[in-house]
Ligand binder design. Structure first.
Ligand code: ATP
Ligand code: MG
Length: 576
């Protein structure tokens, strides 16, 4: 199954494959012709005990030529097989990576990044080994073995047949080894993935780990993983030494004994057969090198198969990002947002949103407030199509969300996420992501507009200041301001601002508030607010409790209603 899929990748490379196999056959032929040359020499000159110098030179020269030819062909054949493997693996990596990009948020919620990195790098690398080893080594060696048998049969039919009799023995050995080692290698691969995940998580969360003083516990976990890895490796080595080396050597000498005794017992014409005997012994020794080589490759072959399984498993992962339906390509012009009886659960069990309905008219501002975990960010996740609701519909300008083209949505909808993500690169690059066509001036203008310019200007390198991974050198508020500038740069019709929960200093908070007051004009805005002071101007305020909208209205109306909003408001007034 897996091999068939892998071979599909070979098809486009058939020219390279052809050359590789051609050079391989030539190399084998040159290699196997040597003993025949010597056998003829023995037959023609050694037995009559008269060898003229010229014949000796001819033998030496011929042998040298054969060696040279074998070396050149082997070189070419190696290059072509490597080329082939590298091309295949390149295509496979591209396929895996582009598939991963199409996967939905649900997939990434459930898959640790370390596992993914391991799939895309280690596992594809192992698949490359599969090509180099299976095609080059297994294929090469089996061709070589076939060549040896052909030469043997050509030399002496009966002796050749006797040698052929060991072949099933070796095949059985290989099959048994295969069967026993597969589960071990599967565990090995999984453990390696776990070790990667563990490392990745620990490194990313090192600050928290140190703050919580959990270093010891993490080391213990890491130790346990490594111990399991070690034990399985030992198991595989024990199995390999027993099944491969000892058993194969045994068969080799068994065969040698068999050939020699057959020869001794049934010698037909004595001396005349010395040349054949020489060639046979030479071939028998040559026979077991490739066989050992093949068996030696089996572990890697196994690992590679397991890796290939995992790579193709990833390629087949069905958790794709929700796609577009229908052939219409509606365009967002007004920017009206409507939720119609939307219910949603991330895991099909715990309902996070229950029958949510609301409408935000073009140019209006709606604010979502409520306790932590009440489902506010989830509303944004659905609006952006990261997940599909199980019930209900989300309409934009009167058309259902799934009917929109991805491009249209990304162009007209802007999101300032609760936990903004910054990429390694400078500030300019991070803001510029909002609109690839924007130049320096537009980037600065966007930063000024949202009030991020002041703090950027104070950085040593200004807009060229390099960000470390995830923007760890900036405060939470500063990151959100950058993310805000990024969203504004695209000039979206509909803007969703998910206020950072992180404590933001008053200065940054004022900057965000001022920016919000400006960006609201002329576009539909949804603000998910934790500081109620931010949203008193909103056209409507939706109060969430455990996935339901329990109150709605303007600031004044809600205060007058003396419900949940009133309580939240009083609490926050008390704070400040
Ligand atoms: P906060 O004010 O803290 O930002 P919120 O109102 O934005 O809270 P949500 O992020 O919408 O809350 O989360 C609502 C519920 O959904 C929570 O119970 C949370 O545990 C759950 N949840 C959020 N994201 C996921 C996810 N990716 N997978 C599974 N469950 C999730
Ligand atoms: Mg949230």
């Amino acid at each position: 199954m897996i091999l068939r899929r892998l071979f599909r990748y070979l098809k486009p490379q058939s020219a390279t494959l052809f050359l590789a196999v051609l050079f391989l056959l030539l190399a084998i032929a040159a290699d196997l012709a040597g003993p025949l040359l010597i056998k003829n020499f023995i037959d023609d000159y050694l037995i009559p005990r008269s060898f003229p110098l010229s014949a000796l030179f001819r033998l030496g020269g011929g042998y040298l030529l054969l060696l040279l030819a074998a070396a050149v062909f082997t070189y070419l054949e190696l290059i072509y097989f490597q080329k082939l493997a590298l091309r295949v693996i390149q295509q496979l990596r591209i396929d895996v990576f582009s598939h991963v990009q199409r996967l939905g948020t649900a997939f990434f919620d459930q898959t640790p990044a370390g596992v993914l990195v391991s799939r895309i790098t280690n596992d594809t690398e192992a698949v490359k080994e599969l090509f180099v080893n299976v095609l080059a080594a297994l294929g090469k060696n089996s061709l070589f073995v076939l060549g040896v048998f052909a030469a043997m049969l050509f030399l002496d039919r009966e002796l050749g047949l006797i040698c052929l009799a060991v072949l099933p023995l070796i095949l059985v050995l290989m099959a048994v080894y295969n069967k026993l080692s597969l589960p071990i290698f599967r565990v090995l691969r999984r453990k390696l993935g776990e070790i990667n995940t563990h490392l990745n998580e620990s490194l990313q969360g090192m600050g928290i780990i140190q703050a919580l003083g959990r270093q010891k516990k993490l080391i213990a976990e890491f130790d346990a993983l490594n111990q399991a890895y070690y034990q399985n490796t030992v198991k595989s080595i024990v199995l390999g030494s027993l099944m491969l080396w000892s058993a194969v050597d045994f068969i080799c000498f068994l065969l040698l004994a068999l050939v020699l005794s057959t020869f001794g017992i049934f010698t037909r014409s004595g001396l005349a057969e010395i040349g054949v005997l020489y060639a046979f012994i030479n071939y028998i020794f040559r026979l077991f090198d490739p066989i050992k080589g093949m068996i030696q490759q089996l572990p890697q072959f196994q690992q590679a198969l397991v890796s290939a399984e995992r790579v193709f498993g990833l390629l087949d992962d069905p958790r794709l990002a929700p796609g577009k339906t229908g052939g219409l390509n509606p365009v967002i012009r007004q920017g009206q947002v409507e939720f119609r009886g939307v219910s949603f659960a991330y895991d099909d069990e715990n309902t996070v949103l229950k029958n949510i309905s609301f409408t935000v008219n073009p140019g209006q501002t709606a604010a979502l407030v409520g306790h932590t975990g009440s489902g506010k960010s989830t509303v944004a996740n659905l609006l952006f199509g990261f997940y599909r609701p199980q019930a209900g519909e989300i309409m934009l300008d009167g058309a259902a969300l799934p009917e929109y083209d991805e491009k249209e949505l990304r162009a007209k909808l802007g999101l300032v996420p609760q936990d903004p993500f910054l990429f390694a690169g400078d500030i300019k690059h991070n803001i510029g992501l909002g609109n690839p066509r924007a130049g320096q001036e537009e980037i600065v203008a966007a930063a000024q507009f949202v009030g991020a310019h002041d703090f950027i200007a104070k950085l040593p390198a200004g807009y060229d200041e390099k960000m470390s991974e995830r923007g760890a050198t900036l405060s939470g508020g500063q990151r959100q301001l950058l993310s805000f500038a990024r969203a504004i740069l695209a000039n979206p019709r509909i803007l969703v601002l998910d206020e950072a929960t992180a404590s933001i200093d008053t200065e940054t908070e004022t900057a965000i508030q001022n920016a919000l007051a400006k960006v609201r004009r002329g576009r539909t805005t949804i603000v998910i607010a934790h500081r109620l002071s931010t949203i008193q101007e909103a056209d409507q305020i939706l109060v969430f409790r455990q996935g339901e909208i329990v109150e709605r209205g303007t600031h004044q109306e809600l205060l007058a209603g003396r419900g949940l909003y009133y309580k939240l408001y009083l609490l926050q007034q008390g704070d400040s």
